[in-house]
Design a protein around this ligand. Structure first.
Ligand code: ADP
Length: 152
């Protein structure tokens, strides 16, 4: 049976911090699906097609890393694609506190486990909302995002 992990997030935008989590995870899973969760009540800076294109460009050489958007509960998306593990990234204890509750609830409602990868120290300060702020104000984001030119 193929081990499929889902790495869900808003990825607005997908940063080098997110990238390192996928690169760590792919050694343990046969396939990783990067799931861009779309919440119609939320306003995103980068539209969904743009985020799909950007993330796909980063992993185009690896056919075991896929990118998909989903609008349902994360656990329902996992079931739909035959994944039984959620992958999340941790920067600090604050991430852990937040992620722990979600992981417990996903286990409770759907029996789906979550595995966590600790980010590398050099990426621990990267935060999508700060990257958005810099980009919006015309600052450089290439230290935080690979291939920023693909993001418009
Ligand atoms: P969400 O809206 O689901 O929190 P994000 O796109 O902000 O989506 O984050 C997706 C996942 O990536 C989360 O598990 C988050 O903790 C993790 N993450 C965010 N930034 C980093 C980073 N710099 N290094 C490692 N993991 C990160």
């Amino acid at each position: 049976m193929r081990k499929i992990g889902v790495f869900p997030g808003s990825f607005d935008p997908f940063t080098k911090g997110h990238e390192v989590i996928v690169n760590k995870g792919i050694d343990l899973f046969d396939e990783i699906v990067i799931g861009i969760g779309v919440n119609s009540a939320k306003n995103y800076m980068y539209n969904i097609d743009n985020r799909i294109k950007h993330i796909s460009s980063l992993f185009e050489s690896n056919p075991n890393i896929k990118v998909e958007a989903f609008r349902s509960l994360t656990v329902d998306f996992c079931k739909e694609i035959g994944a039984n593990t959620i992958i999340r990234g941790l920067r600090d204890a604050k991430d852990f506190q937040y992620e722990k509750s979600i992981a417990h609830m996903n286990k409770e409602i759907a029996g789906i486990e979550t595995v966590f990868f600790l980010t590398d120290q050099k990426y621990a300060a990267i935060n999508s909302s700060i990257v958005r702020e810099i980009h919006k104000n015309g600052g450089p984001i290439d230290a935080f995002v690979t291939n920023p030119d693909t993001l418009v």
